[in-house]
Design a protein around this ligand. Sequence first.
Ligand code: VGL
Ligand code: ZN
Length: 179
Amino acid sequence: MKALFIVDLQNDFLPQGALPTPKGNIIIPILNKIMDKFDFVLASKDWHPEKTVHFEKWPVHCVQGTNGAEFPKELNSEKINKVFLKGTGNKDDGYSAFEATNENLSEYLRLNSVDMLYITGLTAEYCVKQTVLDAIKNGFKTFVIKDAVEGIYQHKNDVENAFLEMEKAGAVITTSDKI
Ligand code: VGL
Ligand code: ZN
């Protein structure tokens, strides 16, 4: 089985949000277009409590239950089969969707016979990268759909370096037109 995985496509990571990716919006129509080509559509949400050590490092973002933590209304989120919540504690953890606390992602994938994972979303340098590295460690055939990933770009080469690191770890970098 093939699953599309959408990492943290939430209002606070979009251009008007608290921790924005400058071009995050461009991935939304791409995801809407390819969702139907997968057996499963899964997503993660950064889902922080109001007080966490994580906010000593980052501006306050994706607080549980706020609009910033919601999916953008332009995303066809009714097609998402399951949402994995991460970063739910008060530590600086939960960058990877495999650290979700409401459900064990690795177990969910195995129970549903998902062996190929196509990872997309926000942000390239942090949660997408960590999710990809964990997917590989957990033995899944891992693809990254490059035009459906965007980054924060604190430094010019951050996104490029993240892709190099994911590829070196064993991810296959692909594009949405090949799906
Ligand atoms: C993320 C920074 C802080 C992400 C989450 O989703 O990539 N980045 N929290
Ligand atoms: Zn966060």
